[in-house]
Design a binder for this molecule. Structure first.
Ligand code: ZN
Length: 49
């Protein structure tokens, strides 16, 4: 059935929350590791959870 019901989420293979939690709320930068850590761009703390 090629009716355009392709689901992007099925092709991801990963949990978006894995990297969304690393996005700095202050500048939008992406940390190199899972929180708790600090933003490499602005130094803001990225809290765990
Ligand atoms: Zn930042």
């Amino acid at each position: 059935m090629d009716d355009g019901t392709w689901d992007a989420r099925a092709d991801d293979g990963g949990d978006p929350a894995c990297w969304l939690s690393r996005v700095c709320p202050e500048c939008g930068g992406l940390a190199d590791e899972d929180p708790p850590t600090r933003c490499p761009r602005c130094g803001s703390e990225l809290p765990a959870g």
